[in-house]
Design a protein around this ligand. Structure first.
Ligand SMILES: NC(=O)c1ccc[n+]([C@@H]2O[C@H](COP(=O)([O-])OP(=O)(O)OC[C@H]3O[C@@H](n4cnc5c(N)ncnc54)[C@H](O)[C@@H]3O)[C@@H](O)[C@H]2O)c1
Ligand SMILES: [Zn+2]
Length: 384
């Protein structure tokens, strides 16, 4: 537990039924030119139509950047930002998953600045916010709408790197469950489990504190009770809304605390083998939690006390086992891939993977149980 802790939050957060309507209230009379960041999956699902109508109603001009890449590299993010510069926006609007939001957050610092994304890799705090931002997540999700983080791949290092700068925290966030109504089950499952990883890692992190605990526990309860229905039933709007809010809370938990070994070991799987962030985390979640269990037993027991209203487990060990069984059941139910071979990763890659994972010291220092390179190899071997 940290002895001192802080909480930095977006300027305003809007949620509930037809929350998208707030675009009009936020923009009308305040902004003139918006730059919309999105990708083809999101625009193809019809998810920018209503925001554009609302901007028309608010009398705000817009220019759309629609070709954003998934899981961007630092150079891809830079080229999107360079494309948007000429338009001269006074508000940036991200409509998409973590990939889109992360680029838009970097743009909010860099679009009117001399600094570059590559400079931020070395000195993340040199840049200041130059334009306001609205984050509208369409996955539930990364929680990027809440965090000061932007994750980019660095090709020459075969790694993903988190750029952290408080100035990237969004000015406005809109959480509308309608945005994930038609999210394909496979993406809903892996992105939802990413949110679960954020919550459980932050709750069992060395950086956990009363602020992060509040949001992490609430997120865990919402996710564990809703993720399966939200993924399985296209009409379960209550479950989808709960997932939207839970992913945001889990993002706040990241801001106040920090993720641990699941995210650390997943970065090389994303950076070198281009496995989607949510999928890599979902695959590593159980092996890492089983490794961590003895060091986090008390905290896992507290999760049980919060979410299992009529259980009979008495000891901390039984409670912690119940929580891990429940999460394992969710991972099974959601058909998460089990073997890295599906992604062309084999045992011959083990040494490089473990070395790269051990390099993510920023997150490994948060892990309650110290992890050696041979522990990292054993964890990867469980999914090979
Ligand atoms: N900044 C942070 O705090 C943070 C935290 C975790 C992860 N990340 C980063 O976020 C990225 C992953 O983001 P993600 O998991 O949200 O996925 P994503 O943004 O990469 O989207 C995945 C796919 O889903 C599609 N999609 C998104 N919403 C859709 C919808 N509603 N309907 C149909 N298709 C839709 C997209 O077009 C894309 O093809 C990674 O780069 C990861 O490193 C950032
Ligand atoms: Zn994540």
């Amino acid at each position: 537990m940290l002895k001192q802790y802080e909480l930095k939050l977006p300027g305003a957060v809007y949620s509930g039924e037809s929350a998208l309507d707030y675009i009009r209230e936020i923009c009308k009379g305040r902004y003139k030119k918006s730059l919309i960041f999105t990708d083809r999956g999101v625009s193809g699902a019809g998810l920018i139509d209503r925001p554009l109508k609302l901007l028309d109603e608010a009398g705000v001009e817009y220019h759309i950047l629609e070709d954003l890449p998934s899981e961007p590299s630092c150079d891809e993010a830079q080229s999107v930002i360079d494309k948007g510069r000429g338009f001269g926006p006074d508000i940036i609007i991200a409509i998409g998953g973590g990939s889109v939001m992360d680029i838009a957050k970097l743009a909010s610092l860099l679009i009117y600045s001399e600094h570059t994304v590559r400079e931020l890799l070395e000195s993340p705090e040199i840049a200041k916010k130059t334009v306001a931002s609205i984050m509208i997540p369409t996955t539930a999700g990364t929680g990027s709408e809440a965090t000061p983080n932007s994750i980019v791949a660095v090709p020459e290092k075969d790694l993903k790197v988190g750029i952290v700068n408080d100035e990237m925290i969004a000015d406005y966030v809109i959480l509308d469950g309608e945005m994930i109504k038609k999210l394909p089950r496979r993406i809903a499952a892996s992105t939802g489990l990413d949110a679960l990883c954020h919550a459980i890692e932050c709750y069992t992190s060395k950086k956990a504190n009363p602020f992060s605990d509040t949001f992490a526990l609430e997120a865990l309860e919402l996710i564990i009770n809703n993720i399966e229905r939200a993924c399985d039933d296209p009409d379960a709007s209550d479950a989808k809304n709960s997932m939207m809010i839970a992913a945001f809370y889990a993002g706040i938990a990241i801001t106040a605390s920090g993720t641990t070994a699941v995210h650390a070991l997943s970065y090389p799987l994303g950076g070198k083998y281009h496995i989607a962030h949510g999928v890599a985390n979902a695959m590593l979640l159980m092996p890492v939690m089983r490794f961590n269990e003895s060091s986090c037993r008390e905290r896992l027991g507290l999760i049980y006390d919060r979410i299992c209203k009529c259980g009979t487990a008495a000891s901390e060990k039984e409670k912690s086992a119940w929580v891990l069984d429940r999460i394992e059941g969710i991972v099974e139910h959601l058909d998460i891939p089990k073997d890295l071979k599906e992604f062309g990763v084999g045992r011959e890659d083990l040494d490089d993977l473990a070395a790269a994972g051990m390099d993510v010291k920023r997150l490994l220092v948060n892990n309650m149980r110290e992890l050696s390179i041979s522990d990292a190899k054993k964890i990867y071997l469980e999914i090979m």
